[in-house]
Design a protein around this ligand. Structure first.
Ligand code: FHN
Length: 498
């Protein structure tokens, strides 16, 4: 079993304090019920998508998330209000000592939003150098502030001193660097007076909520029309009862969005079925194109994924997606931690998406700059094991993570054994067998031999790969193993019987 570093435990403990109820109980997809239920509002397409756009999504490996909005001005602390662990939620802070009119104060912050240092090209180039193949950008978070000049709202970048369309700049700059763009969109909208979390009951409430639904629909089509280069939406804030009860509306909306933008990618966090089941419908089938529940968490077992596509979105501090001006109270993940998580995700067929929370002037924090550089340097050397790879059907081991591409296996080593012998377990019945091993970073070929360690009744064979004493690495490194179709001659190795 892989040991979890102490700092991870701490980080998970701290972050656990702020997890929502769904996240706390997350252990993978629910078991499929024995009997199928007839559903009118289940998945729009049965099974996994096989088109080129979805295949491209599968091959990203590494992505960047950006949470940017008015909350960046506060940076987790404003007027004595502190929300360092979820800085983008600061508006909803309602402790006993909340200043009078705190929400109104927040709602006026946009009048100061003027990120003079913002340069989308600089961000896009940094993301490219880090190795990100896609970006997810917050067009509108829960506070309702639109980072594009939406004609359906009076609370947008157009009304701020900055005025210019930020979404357009992001889309253009990232697309120019060859990075695919996905737009984050929160259904929760604290600014819209027709938004509500509880289900509407009276005729008046219903009419008002219908207005909110229409506004949401209009904004989504506006985004598609304004920025046709985008590849998908990343939805959030879809857990309110009012939204859950609007399943007929959301079903039609998803259908229409997809029809308007062929290839559009939407995860499992957009809508639910008629029984209120989110992510997976009442039959345990995935809603949307990929599983979107892996927020600040990673599956312990590949089996938990049930063969679905997925992404893991991750913060650098324990929690907190928007800018946090003071990281010092927390453990912040190192590039080593993040590369470990990246390879954990890709080894299980998922994408790893690292979040950045730029400040109110348009700068990434120095810590983010450093991590982007360090990750980029590593990925530059080891990208072959990261991009376009799939899960390898081998038993997990304590050295690190396997990924696979065709007849090449990659083992990214985080824990180097003291005897320099990497021992890989394979079933004797395997039909693909290793023929050569080398260090990815240098191409140096490595000694490899099949070993029967003589464990009684063992159905496995062991492939021993020797690391040269002269090879020293301060970083995780990758062993590249070429396989070919064939059988291991196990009979020779099985002479001793009880
Ligand atoms: O409440 C948000 C949170 O602020 C952040 O945007 C994350 C990103 O995945 N999503 C929500 C919590 O699940």
């Amino acid at each position: 079993m892989k040991l979890i570093p102490v700092q991870w435990c701490l980080a998970f403990f701290l972050s656990g304090l702020f997890m929502n109820a769904t996240a706390q109980s997350w252990t993978g997809p629910p078991e499929k019920p024995k009997e199928r239920r007839e559903l009118q509002y289940g998945p729009l397409h049965p099974g996994k998508r096989t088109d080129a756009a979805m295949q491209r999504f599968r091959e990203y490996g590494l992505g960047q998330f950006i949470h940017w909005g008015v909350y960046a001005i506060a940076g987790g602390e404003w007027n004595g209000v502190k929300a360092p662990t979820a800085s983008e939620w600061i508006r909803s802070w309602s402790g006993k000592t909340a200043p009078d009119n705190w929400k109104a104060t927040y709602d006026n912050l946009y009048k100061q939003f003027n990120p003079v240092s913002f340069d989308a090209t600089r961000w896009a180039k940094q993301a490219k150098a880090m190795g990100a193949r896609y970006v997810i950008f917050t067009t509108k978070h829960h506070d309702g502030f639109c980072m594009w000049p939406s004609r359906f709202s009076d609370y947008t970048i157009r009304q701020s001193p900055y005025q210019k369309d930020i979404v357009r700049q992001i889309v253009d700059a990232y697309a120019k660097e060859g990075i695919d763009v996905y737009l984050y969109f929160s259904i929760i909208d604290w600014h819209n007076k027709d938004y509500r979390s509880a289900s509407p009951k009276t005729a008046g409430e219903k009419a008002s909520y219908q207005k909110f639904l229409d506004y949401t629909r209009n904004q989504l089509f506006e985004l598609l029309n304004n920025y046709p280069q985008i590849k998908g939406f990343w939805f959030d804030g879809t857990w309110d009862k009012a939204w859950i009860d609007s399943y007929a509306f959301t079903y039609q909306l998803e259908k229409d969005l997809r029809a308007a933008h062929p290839g559009l990618i939407i995860g499992s966090r957009f809508r639910n079925d008629e029984y209120g089941k989110r992510h997976f419908d009442s039959n345990g089938d995935l809603l949307g194109d990929y599983e979107q529940g892996w927020e600040r968490k990673l599956p312990a077992k590949y089996e938990w994924l049930n063969g679905n596509d997925w992404d893991c979105v991750m913060t650098i501090p324990p929690n907190g997606w928007g800018y946090i001006k003071d990281w010092s109270p927390f453990y912040t993940k190192t590039s080593y931690d993040l590369i470990d998580m990246l390879m954990h995700a890709t080894s299980m067929g998922g994408n790893f998406v690292l979040n950045f929370g730029p400040d109110g002037n348009g700068n990434m924090s120095p810590g983010e700059d450093r991590l982007a550089k360090e990750i980029g340097e590593w990925v530059q050397l080891n990208g072959e094991a990261v991009y376009g790879v799939t899960h390898a059907p081998l038993e997990p081991n304590s050295y690190g993570y396997f990924t696979q591409k065709g007849n090449t296996l990659y083992l990214t080593v985080f824990n180097r054994p003291v005897n320099n012998l990497i021992r890989i377990k394979m079933p004797k019945s395997a039909t693909e067998v290793p023929t050569a091993a080398s260090l990815l970073v240098s191409g140096t070929s490595l000694k490899m031999k099949f070993t029967d360690i003589g464990l009684d009744l063992d159905r496995n064979i062991y492939v021993d790969i020797t690391l040269p004493d002269t090879f020293v690495s301060q970083q995780p490194f990758v062993i590249k193993i070429i396989t070919k179709s064939g059988k291991i001659n196990a009979a020779e190795l099985e002479k001793a019987h009880m």
